[in-house]
Design a protein around this ligand. Sequence first.
Ligand code: CAA
Length: 385
Amino acid sequence: MDLDLTTEQEIIRDTARQFAKRELAPVAAQRDAQDIFPKKELLALADIGLLGVNVPEEYGGMEAGVVAYSLVITELAKACAATTVAVAVTNMVAEVICQFGTEDQKQRYVGGITDGEMLTGSFALSEPQAGTDAASLRSRAEPGDGGWVLNGAKQWITSGDTSGVTVVWAKTDPASGPRGITCFLVEKDTPGFTVGRHEDKMGLRGSSTVSLTFEDCFVPDSAVLGDLGDGFKLAMVALDGGRIGVASQGLGIGLAALAEGRSYSLERKQFGKPIATFQGLQWMLADTATELDAAGLLILRAAFLKENKRPFTLEASMAKVYASEAAWRACDRMLQIHGGYGYVKEYPIERYLRDARVTRIYEGTSEVQRIVIARELLKRQDRLM
Ligand code: CAA
């Protein structure tokens, strides 16, 4: 693994950094305060190719790889974590269709995602009673005339109301447990598919999180993604990749918090000198910088392995649990450095803290990551060497 970025990776990272500074940062506080969905920004990201960084060129992507994708997510998250989650989930949908879809599905949906026509993709796995225990989902798909009839309810679906295509998991053979789950591609406005409550969230305000209902929703056979009964594995494979995205998002939020804490500590004076001169605060900055660097290296390793088509399940979970928890500690410490000013909306630090919190929850809680890490460790003796 090379720690030096390629010229292409640097150019893509810098493009994302400039976009984030120019288009996202100036409106991030307003987006948060008024819960404004970043439609214009997502279309602009599609225009400059950043909705398809790890998508093959033949489907409109940049084909620049997972490391470049991860760098983009980190840069965007430094400015606006809410926009970033829409990008990351859309990317996860594009990737899962690229990996398991038919040629028609790839042309139609992945092409539509990268050029902005679909605006976003969404990933409808979770249900009101099936979050961490994803295999216990209850949505059903029964054979109909030339297709499948979906019934069920989904919850916590990022961009579920804005997506041109939603990947939906449903049981096609309830007696077979995880092996009886199949994946379907459902288009916006399909009869029987309705969007429910828009969640009023603590953070990531501006990103949309909704419930979805499927009532006798008919989809043709061509809507099946992958093989019948393979849906659960497909979800796990997609989430392995998605976790690199969430880790990168956490890293971006943590780095933004660190930059804010550093500059505040240099400006703010108490006892006649900048508070940065006090060792107690210096140690907070030092620990935060060290932890975020460690998170960045874990992310880079997971991204490198995935990019090189090597197993990365364990590494993605390590990156996700470490980066999301490091981001949380970063925001908490930097808020502490701000004192009372950190607790009010005049400074962005309280938004960073609220935005960071969910990275320990979605795409698998910290506890799920530890389950995955422990299982992989127990399976792979080489991990102990
Ligand atoms: N890759 C490939 N296959 C995998 C896999 C992986 N990473 N993980 C599991 N599988 C396979 C297993 O090999 C097994 O296959 P066989 O039946 O052939 O043996 C099958 O899947 C079932 O695996 P498990 O027995 O391990 O399944 P489990 O029920 O014990 O679940 C779990 C394990 C890790 C807890 C899993 O349920 C999980 O990851 N839960 C969290 C779900 C999650 O992350 N949800 C996030 C929702 S999406 C979201 O947040 C997006 C958004 O909008 C922001």
